[in-house]
Design a protein around this ligand. Structure first.
Ligand SMILES: CC(C)=CCC/C(C)=C/CC/C(C)=C/COP(=O)(O)OP(=O)(O)O
Length: 332
């Protein structure tokens, strides 16, 4: 990656980002089409940066064919270095990283969220096992809750609006819990397990054995636990969409319905939840988009309710760090 790369055209970066989301996540690609054009483009650019970081960290191509990488720390260092460069006002010649510079300049996205996400990739690279539910939620924050916060800022939520950002974080956590439930088998093949050790011990599943046939029924119980947690976090997040514009609420609610269906399907399939990779089909997505339109129209009707104190709460994230943006799309 060259530090002296030429100034890229924004439209070309957006086109590459659109391709990244279309190939990386059919669920988020479908939901993102519901945003107004400016928000949609920024969401795609943000997705492309997240996707590129995840691909670099995991040695994958657009989220597929994850392998166990031997040089994890070097990969994280490469992510940090390219990200630092664009935030310091350089172009690095990689559309995913250069695109982040536009997002930061146009939205004022606080640096702390970016660092928190990179710390999430570093957690993965360390390959440390999660012990408790708290460890699981901390991990979910770092790889997804923080993406929810960044998406909220892209949608125009103020970085100072802590309650709305907490709700956005809840949505990211709900998505990640669904993602973990769906990918238990795929992760196991790559030598990874995001089920907390305490959960496995409670179910009497020996370490590393959870995909073995004798434990499948117990694993299904844990998948249901993940799905129930995902529902609780998604419900909390839905209560925050009243503060979004109609189109932003529509996209968020559609994504919640589409991704929520994944967790429910894995849990409902019981021991067969991993026979095929669970997904939400085209007609189901269309149904989710229609339901989300109605729910978005009615988003301000429900009486606001406080966030449950029983839910895990994020650290200060973007507010704890420098709170500012060090990059810009202006001159070099
Ligand atoms: C537009 C945008 C930035 C959306 C992000 C939404 C969000 C808060 C995601 C949280 C992290 C998550 C579960 C990513 C899975 O993405 P993936 O690419 O692996 O998706 P897949 O599960 O559909 O393959």
């Amino acid at each position: 990656m060259s530090r002296a790369a030429e100034t890229p055209g924004r439209a070309a970066l957006v086109a590459t980002a659109q391709d990244s989301i279309a190939r990386g996540s059919k669920s988020f690609a479908a939901a993102s089409r519901l945003f107004d054009p400016a928000t949609r483009e920024r969401a795609w650019l943000l997705y492309a940066w997240c996707r590129a970081c995840d691909d670099i960290a995991d040695g994958q191509i657009l989220g597929h064919d994850m392998t166990k990488v031997a040089d994890g720390p070097a990969r994280i260092a490469a992510i940090r270095s390219a990200t630092d460069a664009v935030l310091a006002g350089a172009w690095v010649g990689d559309p995913a990283f250069d695109g982040l510079r536009f997002v930061v300049a146009e939205t004022g996205l606080p640096r702390g969220y970016i660092d928190d996400l990179i710390a999430g990739f570093a957690l993965d690279a360390e390959d440390r096992r999660l012990r408790s539910t708290d460890d699981l939620l901390t991990y979910c924050y770092h790889v997804a809750g923080v993406v929810g916060c960044m998406m909220a800022i892209v949608m125009g939520v103020s970085p100072d609006d802590r309650d709305t950002l907490d709700r956005a974080c809840d949505m990211g956590i709900a998505f990640q819990l669904a993602n973990i439930a769906r990918d238990i088998e795929e992760d196991d093949r790559a030598g990874r397990c995001y089920l907390p050790m305490e959960w496995l011990v409670a179910m009497d599943i020996p370490p590393g054995q959870h995909m073995k046939p004798p434990y499948r029924a117990r694993l299904a119980v844990l998948a249901q636990r993940l799905a129930d947690m995902a529902t609780a976090y998604a419900d909390s997040a839905r209560a925050g969409v009243g503060r979004l514009s109609f189109r932003a609420a529509w996209a968020v609610l559609a994504a919640a319905d589409i991704y929520g269906a994944i967790a429910r399907k894995v849990a409902a399939a019981g021991e067969h939840g991993w026979d095929h990779r669970v997904h939400t089909g085209r007609s189901e997505k269309a149904g989710a988009i229609a339901r989300a339109a109605l729910a978005a129209l009615r988003r301000r009707e429900a009486r606001p309710r406080p966030r449950s104190p029983e839910l895990w709460t994020r650290p200060d994230g973007g507010l704890a760090s420098d709170g500012g943006t060090s990059g810009g799309t202006g001159g070099e």
